[in-house]
Design a protein around this ligand. Structure first.
Ligand code: SF4
Length: 340
């Protein structure tokens, strides 16, 4: 049975009208499930018996099961059961609210060398409803409101573009979850045509791009996607996006010891980004089963200083989830191994 969370308000309106109900019924249903958080259609008070029956027979309103939770003082990680597989989300309670990092696919085909998820090939895309359900499930499980959503967990969101588009529509819909667009961030490894398509959506949703290297030779080794869309193409896509939206792009840069973290790398990166509407987020690496090592504190500081001295807006991401298998895919990888 299809999840009700798959449908945008416009799609639900169309479905209901096609089945003899009124367009405004869709708003009532949306408010019932997203604002009043009813978990049964029968509990939505202001809709007819016929509509309750139709919805119950045709749509599921089930939340996901929390299979496992790992806690640290900075972040909690959850393994959610999708029936045919598992997916991870990470909750960070910060001074400016609760941020949830969600996954967009089961596994990932992008094959980034430093990433645990890249070792588990993509099994399938997550549906729109499953991604909405990642948010709803954690809100219900923890009895909290999620204030920020980052699509930066397992998977490449732009490789699941249509479902992401509907997800963004529902999560920001004022009749639905009603999260401000600026509180949502989509992070891509650099699928250039999709960055342009995203720019054309004219949304206020934030864009983050994983660069992780300042030259093609290094980036080819770290991120195979660079062979299809090299750094020069990514930079052009950034220009297209910023011109179109006037919104700043976050450049994600994982610092890997002696791979991409030298002073020369920082100067190269500064030269690439000079004059662009971007800021750089430096991320300390969470060591996992790959051969890469985290950069030392001194190298991270030196990299940061070089960028800022060269006029690049830069921040260091706070340490998150180091002891909870914090890098994307680590918890799911452990669970899959258990099942082998
Ligand atoms: S870093 Fe992201 S895009 Fe790259 S393999 Fe991992 S999940 Fe996929």
């Amino acid at each position: 049975m299809r999840s009700i969370f798959d449908l945008t308000l416009e799609k639900l309106e169309e479905e209901l009208v096609n089945n003899g109900f009124k367009k405004f019924n869709a708003t009532q249903v949306f408010e019932g499930i997203y604002k009043q958080k009813h978990t049964s259609f029968l509990d939505i008070t202001n809709i007819s018996k016929e509509l309750k029956k139709y919805l119950t027979e045709n749509y599921s309103l089930e939340y996901l099961k929390v299979e496992e939770k790992l806690t640290s003082d900075t972040a909690d990680k959850y393994l959610l059961n999708l029936n045919d597989s598992f997916v991870e989300v990470v909750l960070m309670k910060q001074s400016y609210g609760n941020s949830l990092c969600i996954s967009s696919q089961v596994g990932c085909n992008m094959n980034c060398a430093f990433c645990e998820s890249g070792r588990l090939k993509k099994q399938r895309d997550l549906t729109t409803g499953e991604m909405i359900n990642e948010v709803l499930t954690i809100e219900q499980y923890e009895n909290i409101r999620i204030d920020n959503v980052v699509i930066m967990g397992i998977g490449e969101p732009f490789d699941n573009f249509n479902n992401i588009k509907d997800f963004l529509n529902i999560i920001t819909c004022n009749k639905g979850i009603d999260l401000g667009s600026r509180r949502v961030t989509v992070s891509t490894c650099g699928l250039v045509p999709k960055i342009k398509e995203f720019a054309d959506l004219n949304t206020q949703v934030n864009l983050a791009i994983s660069l992780h290297a300042a030259d093609d030779e290094t980036r080819n080794k770290l991120m195979p996607i660079n062979k299809a869309y090299p750094i020069s193409e990514v930079l052009k896509a950034i220009d297209y996006y910023t011109k179109k939206t006037n919104r700043r792009v976050t450049i994600e840069y994982i610092l890997l010891d002696k791979i991409n973290d030298s002073k020369e790398d920082a100067i190269k990166l500064a030269n690439l980004l000079k004059g662009k509407l971007v800021y750089v987020n430096l991320i300390p690496y969470n060591s996992n089963s790959t051969d890469f090592k985290r950069s030392s504190k001194e190298r991270i500081e030196a990299f940061f200083d070089t960028l800022t001295k060269n006029g690049i807006n830069t921040q260091k991401r706070r340490e998150m989830g180091k002891n909870i298998k914090g890098a994307c895919g680590q918890l799911r990888a452990a669970k899959e191994k258990q099942g082998e």
